[in-house]
Structure formats: structure tokens, C-alpha cells
Design a protein around this ligand. Structure first.
Ligand code: AMP
Length: 290
């Protein structure tokens, strides 16, 4: 439940999610001024990851900074929570096995789950770490930032714009951050951007296999994951070593199960629904406070 104190606390966390937080806070404030008596509830995209083992949350930085809260929080938690809640409906007895969910949209991340709880995730302290995204770079060598600061005199604003707004699919292609546009382009830079997106996704997924000590199920979700048969195929082709056999027809038709029966890993497409999860939490909280 959002109180004045909680709003201030959330505001202090804006540097962790500069792309998302300011406009969300703005909406809360506008509603507050229009309907001062209306209770508002905030759902956090990090909460789902609180079941992770401590090691999965640590950076190899001085302990005092870790104690200040510089740890890997992970994001897209509301999407993962929704997927975890519907897994039994879609994949029945495989729901509690070693599942990796690939949330591929404008923002992209992956989550390794066991018993439908988060074990590890690709995003970290901010929503920058991990996969290459629409305009975000994902994981890069932190030395690049030092180089830009020290040798190229980049300001912190310029660095922030570079990492959040000018990189990813947009930066590599120089054409667009939109996957549909890039898929329909024959420009070599667009093709390379797609290749890099898939290469990085397959590497990240492989790392999450180590967290789970295997992988029984891969779920694709969000705008790209749900709709792009080409991207799913390119990623799965790089993961053939896991024993994945994709079914061409069901993949092309965006069906739910897109792997062959004899595939060692079940591959499925499940639409996410973050709004539903938020509404569910809101109703639950509202009933508690009424
Ligand atoms: P999201 O952030 O989940 O809304 O996902 C947005 C991304 O999904 C954008 O890069 C879109 O281009 C991509 N997307 C949506 N529909 C399709 C589609 N039919 N084929 C490929 N990419 C798509």
C-alpha cells in the first residue's frame, strides 16, 4: 500500500530503474492528486527473485558495498510469477522441474526456476545486466565505462543514455530497436544485431543450466518470445547440445508446445500477463485493508 513514506523510499530507488520508474511514479502522483482517498498499491518486479540462494545474488565487489545493497535483485519478476502460476496448466507434471523462462521483449531477461521458484536470473542490480535488449546493452565489460569516462570524456548522462537508450538491437543495427523491423530488413547490420541477440540469449541460457544443473523445459514469453518463430529457432539451434529438437510447424504457428515429442527439453510458448498478476495482488491487498 503506497503511503507518503513508501513513495519517498521508492523515489530513492529511481537510479536502479531510470527507464521505468520516473513515469510510473508520475502516474501514482497524478492519481494521488486527483483521488486523494483512493488507495494505491505497488507491485515490485524484483520480489519473485527473493527465493534465490545468496551466491546467485552476489557481485564480487567489496563487502561494504554488498552490505549497502549492491546485489543482484533481478527484474521481470511479475512476468515470471505469472508464468510460474500457469505452468501446471500448460505443461502439467513438468511444471516443477528445471525450467528456464526467456522473457524476450523490449526488455529481456531469463529466469531459472525449480519447483516454480526463482533460482537465478540474468538481470542484476539494475535492469541493464544480462541479455542484449531493444535499446539496452545487457552485460558489457565494466572497463568500457571507465574507458569512456577517462579517455573519451563522456559525462555520466551520456553514459546513461548510451547504456539504456542507444545500445542493444538499436545500437548494433543502427536501424531500429523493434524486432519486427529488424526481421524484415536485409541490411547486414540488422542481420548481425539479430545474430548477436540470439548468440547472447543462448549463452545466458546455458549459464542458467549450470545454476539448475540441467534443463527440462524452456519457456518463451513476451513480445519477441511469443511471436518470433525465427528468433526462437535461432536460439534453439544454438542449444542443440541440450538435446533440443524443435518442431518446425508448431514453432512457425506460435503453438504452445513447439518441441518434438522426442526432444530432451520441452520447449513451449506461453503468453505472459503481468497486468493480471498486478490486478490479483491489488485485489488481495485491497481486501486485506478494507
Ligand atoms: P514487449 O516489450 O514484450 O511488448 O515486446 C516488444 C518487442 O516484441 C518488440 O521488439 C517487437 O518488435 C517484438 N514483437 C512483437 N510482435 C512481434 C512479431 N510478430 N514478430 C517479431 N517480433 C515481435
Amino acid at each position: 500500500l503506497i503511503t507518503g513514506k513508501i513513495l519517498k523510499k521508492i523515489e530513492s530507488l529511481t537510479p536502479l530503474a531510470p527507464l521505468h520508474q520516473p513515469h510510473n511514479l508520475e502516474a501514482i502522483k497524478i492519481i494521488q492528486s486527483l483521488y486523494p482517498k483512493l488507495p494505491q498499491i505497488a507491485c515490485f518486479d524484483t520480489a519473485f527473485h527473493c527465493t534465490q540462494n545468496k551466491l546467485a545474488t552476489l557481485y564480487a565487489i567489496p563487502r561494504r558495498l554488498t552490505q549497502e545493497g549492491i546485489i543482484r535483485y533481478g527484474f521481470h519478476g511479475i512476468s515470471y510469477e505469472y508464468i510460474a502460476s500457469v505452468l501446471p496448466k500448460y505443461i502439467k507434471n513438468k511444471a516443477n522441474k528445471k525450467v528456464i523462462v526467456a522473457h524476450l521483449g523490449n526488455g529481456s531477461s531469463m529466469c531459472a526456476m525449480k519447483n516454480r521458484l526463482s533460482v537465478a536470473t540474468s538481470m542484476g542490480f539494475t535492469a541493464l545486466e544480462g541479455l542484449m535488449m531493444g535499446t539496452r546493452c545487457g552485460t558489457i565489460d565494466p572497463g568500457i565505462i571507465l574507458y569512456l569516462l577517462q579517455e573519451k570524456n563522456f559525462s555520466k548522462e551520456k553514459i546513461s543514455d548510451l547504456l539504456y537508450q542507444e545500445s542493444g538491437l538499436l545500437g548494433v543495427s543502427g536501424i531500429s530497436s523493434d524486432m519486427r523491423e529488424l526481421q524484415s530488413s536485409i541490411h547486414p547490420n540488422a542481420i548481425e544485431a539479430l545474430d548477436l541477440f540470439c548468440y547472447r540469449a543462448a549463452r545466458e541460457l546455458s549459464a542458467l543450466c549450470a545454476d539448475l544443473q540441467g534443463c527440462d523445459v524452456i519457456i518463451f514469453t513476451a513480445g519477441i518470445g511469443e511471436n518470433s518463430a525465427i528468433i526462437r529457432k535461432k536460439i534453439c539451434d544454438k542449444l542443440k547440445w541440450l538435446g533440443i529438437l524443435l518442431d518446425k510447424k508448431s514453432n512457425n504457428n506460435n503453438e504452445i508446445i513447439i518441441s518434438q515429442n522426442k526432444s530432451k527439453v520441452l520447449v513451449a510458448v506461453i503468453p505472459t500477463n503481468e497486468e493480471y498478476k498486478i490486478a490479483q495482488h491489488t485485489v488481495y491487498k485491497a481486501l486485506r485493508y478494507s
